[in-house]
Design a protein around this ligand. Structure first.
Ligand SMILES: [Zn+2]
Ligand SMILES: [Zn+2]
Length: 291
């Protein structure tokens, strides 16, 4: 039995080693189109030390695995994790991390990106957007489904910088709610930005919905400036592009997320199988000994 336990432990170690060896980040470089850097960004991501399950630096590395150049960490009414991620990510080789917050009120959720401290929500979205701008950030309506429509008055829409047109909710609800809101937003603010975001907490895929941001520089400042100027393209769940027609044409066919090379994928799979078999063996041996 001791031999079996030793073999199981060796399998766990081999699995961890194989998984570590297989974990090579793909080379990512922003696209270049028409004099702009086109940053692939997920501007609505939740992190641990808040309401997400991954640490900010893990999110920055995971973003690169999904071909993202930038993420905004946007916990509910909290900015601590985002600031930590912004500081650490460049030191670890992760994607650009922009500090943000999901300003969360009963009738509206508002993403603020490029800010340094939390923004009050009690005085309504127009006042919150004003404060986001005063702090140098950009403001985006989060998942504005029918439930949230009454929370948005015309004054708020006129000062809003962007609205989500792609969000994981639309994979089962359909794109209509967000399209209707986006039309209303564009009628009040024709230069407003189209945004696609994953609202990642636990499950799903980072960057499942993403925004192509036409920036002058790959930095938080460059990203915020581009969003505030409406230079974005996002595809909704039906593959319909939203954003300025000239930018949609400039982008062309959007690049597919990176695919793991077969050898790397095989090593990762083998590592998982080894580790799971080893852990099962360790549990089995322990229960056998107790009986
Ligand atoms: Zn929300
Ligand atoms: Zn959210």
């Amino acid at each position: 039995m001791r031999n079996a336990r030793t073999i199981a432990a060796a399998l766990v170690i081999a699995g961890v080693a194989a998984g570590t060896a297989a974990d090579r980040l793909p080379e990512t470089r922003p696209l270049s189109r028409g004099g702009y850097l086109v940053l692939q960004a997920d501007l609505h991501v939740h992190s641990f030390l808040g309401d997400g399950t991954l640490w900010p630096w893990d999110l920055a590395l995971e973003a690169r695995r999904h071909g993202l150049d930038a993420i905004a960490i946007t916990n509910h009414n909290q900015i601590l994790a985002a600031r930590l991620g912004r500081w650490l990510a460049p030191r670890l080789g992760g994607a650009l991390v922009v500090a943000g917050e999901e300003i969360t009120a009963p009738r509206y959720h508002l993403i603020a990106v490029g800010i340094d401290r939390t923004i009050g929500w009690r005085e309504g979205p127009a006042r919150a957007i004003e404060e986001v701008h005063a702090r140098g950030g950009a403001a985006i309506a989060a998942h504005p489904t029918r439930f949230f429509w009454p929370g948005w008055d015309d004054a708020a829409l006129r000062s809003l910088d962007g609205a989500e047109v792609c969000h994981p909710l639309t994979y089962y609800q359909g794109p209509e709610h967000l399209r209707v809101f986006f039309s209303r937003f564009k009628s009040e603010n024709p230069g407003g930005a189209a945004i696609g975001s994953s609202d990642w907490h636990v499950f799903g895929s980072l960057g499942l919905c993403r925004t192509f941001v036409f920036a002058h520089e790959a930095s938080e400042r460059g990203l915020v400036e581009a969003v505030r100027s409406g230079r974005t393209v996002a595809y909704d769940v039906k593959g319909v592009p939203h954003g300025d027609a000239a930018l949609v044409a400039l982008l062309g066919t959007p690049p597919a997320p990176p695919i793991e090379p077969p050898a790397q994928a095989f090593l990762a799979l083998a590592g998982r199988i080894c580790a799971l078999a080893g852990m099962a063996g360790l549990c089995l041996f322990r229960s056998s000994r107790r009986s």
